[in-house]
Design a protein around this ligand. Sequence first.
Ligand code: PNS
Length: 160
Amino acid sequence: MTKVIYPGSFDPLTLGHLDIIKRAASMFDEVYVGVLVNREKTPLFSLEERVNIINKAICDLPNVKVEAFEGLLWDFCQSKGCNVVVKGLRNSEDFEYENSQAALNSIISKGELETIYLGSRQSLSIVSSTNAKALASLNVDLKEFVPDFVEELLKEKLVK
Ligand code: PNS
């Protein structure tokens, strides 16, 4: 059984994240979406909200599970019996960042944790949680960025 972990902050889930989840789910037996509990940053959406949003968006994907994790990604991967991480790449900047994270994870796991990349679709290459939040606060249409129900949640929080 091939299991992969797709980790991130998901503050909130975007259509870019959802595309990577769907593509991973079509290639692997099981996909765990790992939602980082980051006590240093204050996210817009609470951990519970971020997990609930992803669960709602993936309800038609039976081989995808969503779980929060804290601490080392490698510890979370081991707890799931998994040694492959999936990340999405939108551009060369993502590659620089993700490849150094992958190298770190390889060192931490003594070479056991592999990272594989899925290139984003062209239309999703400018989509990010940061952009979605910035545009939501300006009340811009977000249908190219996030699922409709996430747009509503973003605007409830950000449109004054
Ligand atoms: O969506 P993000 O914020 O780019 O996701 C970053 C994430 C969660 C993948 C990364 O911060 C992470 O793996 N954090 C866990 C701590 C850890 O294991 N760090 C060591 C090497 S990355």
